[in-house]
Ligand binder design. Structure first.
Ligand code: ARG
Length: 431
């Protein structure tokens, strides 16, 4: 049965094609649909479109549906198109004509919009929490590994001394930038579209500020056409924030894969966190970080998918928009899964503490030598040439001593400042 049915049912093939994955995906929207409906009917009562008795009946029935959802028992019946229809059918089945009054002054177009705003707001908060857990883990590890040196590379050639403290801290600080993107996406999601109805408003005197307050939105999309335009934009902003985190995490995963390679041999994991081979008995593979790298690379493509799906759509609602759910819903779960996996794995990573003792890393210390000569009074270019010639004729002997003290360097990584920077952004998600 369809909400819009006037007697005849559509062809089965048409129905399956147009409903797509909605019956499954919309389950994730169910609680928000009820929340949106509760706010809408409170507002309808306040403007005289429902009596207080009708409001009580509807709130009671919606409350019961909310409990069914809470228990995980809510389903969308075969033949029912989506969550919005299912909730309305359930209300009508229970309350008869009163149930049929709920849809005054709204459309499924603003219903799905408000559901998605509430859903995205929650999910972006969940992503922010998972990012915060990884951030705190990285900062702790940075402090713990502060003095453990490792080679720094440029062009993947041995370059200058670095440290595990810097490495962990670098990814932590990089997450602070991603968190800014996430906060921007959160602020975009945190606006009420309800009252835009089919996309052009209503002749009922809807109190849109009231539903904004009731749903706890920070603001509203004022212009009803802009409210409808936000479908796709909200998802796009979220996907760009997810892509930003994914790019940080994907690079981290690549570093770990590379360092687990025997040619580097910088880090290991306990056997139970690695995977084996069906033929090579010695293997301890970094599958976790490979899957993480792959997932994170894929996650960076979804903002393109969303851009292409929504490019040049005519103004107003178009059914293409339904497909946004297929893209963004799984992405939200996957980025959280990757963040949680990194938070679980990294504290168990064993780091070699004597890496830079190996003669193959002798040249890491050439710049240290140049700087020592400069501090003793020699002009930089002369010192550079002197050490360069020593390298060339094989007389260079490294002094494996590193004195990097400026802000953000090996001995002074400024983790407290990085923490403040990150947590100031993270705290903004609470409002
Ligand atoms: N399932 C639909 C979607 O996600 C709900 C809105 C349907 N609106 C319509 N005019 N057919 O877009």
């Amino acid at each position: 049965m369809k909400l819009w049915s006037k007697g005849s049912e559509p062809d089965k093939m048409i129905e399956n094609f147009t409903v797509g994955h909605d019956r499954e995906l919309d389950l994730q929207l169910a609680r928000y649909d009820v929340e949106g409906s509760m706010a809408h009917i409170r507002m309808l009562e306040s403007i005289g479109l429902l009596t207080s008795g009708e409001l009580e009946l509807l709130l009671g029935a919606l409350g019961e549906i909310a409990e069914v959802i809470e228990r995980g028992e809510f389903t969308i019946d075969p033949g029912v198109e989506d969550v919005h229809s299912q909730v309305e059918f359930m209300l009508t089945a229970k309350l008869g004509d009163v149930g049929k009054k709920i849809h005054s002054g709204r459309s499924r177009n603003d219903q799905v919009l408000v559901d998605l705003k509430l859903f995205m707001r929650d999910k972006l908060r969940d992503i922010a929490s998972a990012t915060t857990r990884l951030f705190d883990t990285l900062i702790n590890l940075s402090e713990q590994h502060r003095d453990i040196l490792m080679p720094g590379y440029t062009h993947l050639q041995v370059a200058m001394p670095s440290s595990f403290g810097l490495w962990f801290g670098a990814y932590a600080e990089s997450l602070a930038d991603d968190m800014q993107m996430l906060l921007a996406a959160y602020n975009i999601a945190n606006q009420n579209p309800l009252g835009s109805a089919a996309g052009y408003g209503s002749s009922f005197p809807l109190d849109r500020e009231m539903t904004t307050r009731l749903l706890g939105f920070a603001d509203l999309h004022y212009n009803v056409v802009a409210a409808q335009m936000s479908r796709g934009k909200t998802e796009r902003a979220a996907s760009q924030a997810i892509a930003s985190i994914a790019s940080t995490l994907g690079r981290l995963a690549m570093d770990v894969c590379m360092w687990m390679c025997q040619n580097f041999g910088f880090v290991t994991f306990p056997d139970e966190l690695t995977t084996g081979s069906s033929i090579m008995p010695h293997k301890k593979n970094p599958d976790v970080f490979e899957i993480m790298r792959g997932k994170c690379n894929r996650l960076q493509s979804i903002s393109n998918e969303i851009a292409l799906l929504t490019a040049n759509l005519p103004l107003g609602y178009n059914r293409d928009l339904q497909l946004l759910k297929d893209i963004i819903f799984p992405a939200v779960g996957e980025i959280i899964e990757c963040l949680d996996m990194a938070t679980f794995m990294l504290p168990q990573m064993k780091v070699r503490t004597d890496i830079v003792e190996d003669p193959r890393y002798d040249y890491l210390f050439t710049v240290e030598e140049v700087n020592r000569l400069v501090l003793a009074g020699m002009p930089f270019r002369e010192a550079y040439k002197k050490v360069g010639l020593e390298v060339q004729d094989g007389t260079y002997r490294p002094v494996r001593e590193v004195k990097h003290t400026h802000l953000g360097s090996i001995s002074n990584p400024a983790n407290d400042r990085i923490s403040k920077k990150f947590h100031d952004i993270a705290d903004a998600f609470q409002s």
